[in-house]
Design a protein around this ligand. Structure first.
Ligand SMILES: Nc1nc2c(ncn2[C@@H]2O[C@H](COP(=O)(O)OP(=O)(O)OP(=O)(O)O)[C@@H](O)[C@H]2O)c(=O)[nH]1
Ligand SMILES: [Mg+2]
Length: 177
C-alpha cells in the first residue's frame, strides 16, 4: 500500500488546523497554544509547530497530512515540514485585507517545494467575503507562472476538504502512472 505526505499551509486563521481535524481518521495531533500578539484579537489559539492527521482513500492509499503554522515567524518549520512531501494545499482566507497578496507570499516562500510538486489553492471563509473572484485567483497564478486548481472550501466540512485533497492527488504525476 502506498503512502503519501501532503502539506497544508496558509495564513493564520485560514483553517489549516480545522481542515485536518475535519478529515483525519485518527485524533489529529495539534500544537496550538494561546495567541500572544496582534493575532490574539482575532484568534484564541494558533499552531506553533505542526498539525498532523491521516486518512485512507478508497483505493487504500494512505495520506498523511501535515499542517504548518501560519505565522511567518515560524517559517523555519515550513522548511522542515515539506521534506518528503508530495503535494501542497495553500489555504487563502478571503476575509483578510489582501488575499491575493497572501497567496503570493506562500507561493514565494514555498517556491522550491512547488517546483517539485503539485499544488491546489483552497479559498476559505467565503461566507465572510465573496471577493476576490476565482478568476482573479487564476489571473494571479498565471502572473506567477503556473496555474493550479482553485476551490472554494468550507474547511469545517469534511466533503469539501476531501474534494480538495482528491484533486491534488489527481494532479500528482505518480498517481496517474
Ligand atoms: N465563518 C467561517 N469560519 C470559518 C470558516 N472556515 C474556518 N472557520 C473558522 O476559522 C477558524 C480557523 O482556525 P484554525 O483552523 O485554527 O486556522 P489555522 O489556519 O490553523 O491558523 P494558525 O494555526 O493560527 O495558522 C476556526 O475557528 C474555524 O471554525 C469559514 O468558511 N467561515
Ligand atoms: Mg493551525
Amino acid at each position: 500500500m502506498s503512502e503519501i505526505k501532503l502539506i497544508i499551509t496558509g495564513t493564520p486563521g485560514a483553517g489549516k488546523t480545522t481542515a485536518i481535524a475535519a478529515i483525519s481518521e485518527t485524533p489529529p495531533v495539534r500544537t496550538d497554544t494561546a495567541t500572544t500578539d496582534d493575532l490574539a484579537e482575532v484568534k484564541d489559539v494558533t499552531t506553533v509547530a505542526m498539525d498532523f492527521g491521516e486518512l485512507t482513500l478508497d483505493d487504500g492509499q494512505k495520506v498523511f497530512l501535515y499542517g504548518t503554522p501560519g505565522q511567518q515567524r515560524f517559517e523555519f518549520m515550513w522548511k522542515i515540514l515539506v521534506q518528503g512531501g508530495l503535494g501542497l494545499i495553500i489555504l487563502v482566507d478571503c476575509s483578510r485585507p489582501d488575499p491575493l497578496a497572501d497567496l503570493d507570499m506562500y507561493l514565494e516562500n514555498f517556491a522550491d517545494f512547488i517546483h517539485q510538486t503539485g499544488v491546489v489553492v483552497g479559498v476559505t471563509r467565503r461566507d465572510q467575503s465573496a471577493t476576490p473572484s476565482l478568476d482573479e485567483f487564476y489571473e494571479r497564478l498565471e502572473a506567477w507562472g503556473r496555474v493550479f486548481p482553485v476551490f472554494e472550501v468550507d474547511v469545517r466540512q469534511k466533503d469539501d476538504v476531501s474534494l480538495m485533497i482528491s484533486a491534488l492527488i489527481s494532479t500528482l504525476e505518480f498517481a496517474t502512472a
